[in-house]
Design a protein around this ligand. Structure first.
Ligand code: NIG
Ligand code: FE
Length: 400
């Protein structure tokens, strides 16, 4: 049994209101005890020695000790929405957009061609690079979607490669209708709910659909999600990214863990979300990169909706892997306070993945811990673009 004491924490965010002040459960001059990858104790630094004795972990001298040097310590980020398995990039499309061109869902097809052309090892190496990027920026849990294969063989490959990297794998065969099915979208949905789902379900936990004009209708989305549920997968939805629609209501009706984007929400959508267990996941990098209007996170929070923030790392609409960047934008442009944004990027992401073992630092949680190079998490928004992640532990092991 390995026990480590992380002490000299100037400000500790636990996300457990019974442990500290405010909705983020904050403690000052705190310490954190980790045993076998889990949080064993959290409290005031002065009480650490007594806690170690009480837990029967031996004298303080037998415990490995680390100092946070007075810095702020937070739970590792839970990035509940990413598309990390793909080939190529779309820098030229981004450049054209910055010169005034509109973002369109159809750009996904060019990444499909590049992804199909890549070997397993090329995709694996790219994925490993992204995972290192994420870790260095404080992300300790990530969801990864398929969706750039769009054939049975190619989608099976993407969920298999994603499953090598995370337990949170999402089958997104219904990302867009591939070129070879142009004008035959219902036939493509037949393929998705039939052989493609059967090939992908063994390596996936979630089923997702892009319910949007230019992608799939509400009826087609319902077919995809219902078939996924029948195959034992859990639903989540991309909706209201490019315009208003009924995707949010469909997500709630089917008990989706999360509906993501939420850029164009009606008052009815907001009220329905508030009365549901579906998390609204905001993706600040998308509005940043597509120049679409930022949705108001304030409106959602004031209505009582549970909000998560995720990066949506993908080559088209949001090619950032930085949760600190997304927090900064959510604070600057979506009306969240720094504390609300931090909660959304940790506990909110955990809720969007229906996880209780991550996104918080209370007894029994995974010791997924980030030490900032700053006295407070407010600096994540106050100092945008500055690398403020000092050290990262995943299950109690130093990974960055
Ligand atoms: O989450 N909305 C659909 N899928 C991605 C975009 C993918 C792309 O443009 O390649 C998203 O924004
Ligand atoms: Fe996405």
């Amino acid at each position: 049994m390995t026990t480590t004491l992380l002490s000299d924490i100037g400000l500790l965010v636990t996300n457990d209101q019974s442990l500290g002040t405010g909705p983020t459960g904050e403690l000052t001059d705190a310490a954190l005890l980790v045993t076998d990858g889990r949080v064993a104790w959290v409290g005031a630094a002065v009480d650490a020695a007594a806690a170690i004795a009480e837990l029967g972990l031996g004298p303080l001298s037998s415990v490995a000790r680390l100092s946070a040097g007075g810095a702020c310590v937070i739970p590792g980020f839970v990035d509940s929405h990413s598309h990390l398995v793909f080939g190529g990039d779309r820098a030229a499309e981004f450049e054209a957009r910055m010169a005034g061109r509109r973002y369109e869902a159809g750009g996904i097809r060019s990444t499909v061609a590049a992804t199909r052309a890549a070997t397993d090892d090329e995709l694996r190496a790219r994925l490993a690079g992204f995972l290192a990027e994420l870790r260095a920026q404080g992300t300790t849990t990530v969801e990864i979607k398929s969706g750039y294969g769009l054939s049975v063989e190619s989608e099976e490959r993407l969920v298999r490669l994603a499953a090598e990297a995370t337990d949170e794998v999402t089958f997104l065969g219904a990302h867009v209708v591939p070129a070879e099915y142009a004008g035959r979208s219902d036939e493509y949905v037949d393929l998705v709910v039939g052989p493609m789902l059967a090939a992908c379900a063994p390596n996936a936990k979630w089923v997702d659909v892009f319910c949007e004009t230019g992608a799939f209708t509400v009826e087609q989305s319902r077919r995809v999600l219902s078939a996924g549920i029948a195959a034992g997968l859990l639903p989540r939805v991309h909706a209201s990214q490019l315009g208003p629609g009924d995707g949010v209501r469909l997500a709630i009706e089917l008990g989706a863990a999360s509906v993501d984007h939420c850029t164009y929400l009606s008052d009815e959508d907001v009220a329905a979300l508030a009365g549901s267990s579906t998390v609204a996941t905001l993706l600040p990098g998308v509005e940043f990169s597509t120049r679409q209007p930022y949705p108001s996170g304030r409106r959602l929070l004031d209505a009582g909706v549970t909000v998560a923030i995720a990066c949506d790392t993908n080559p088209g609409s949001s090619f950032t892997s930085s949760m600190p960047f997304c927090i900064a934008v959510a604070v600057r442009d979506m009306g969240l306070t720094p504390a609300e944004a931090l909660w959304a990027a940790t506990a909110g992401g955990a809720a969007a993945l229906r996880r209780t073992d991550v996104g918080r630092l209370s007894v029994g949680a995974r010791a997924d811990v980030v030490q900032l190079r700053a006295p407070s998490y407010v600096h994540l928004a106050y100092r945008p673009g500055v690398p403020l992640v000092e050290r990262v532990w995943k299950d109690g092991v130093l990974v960055a």
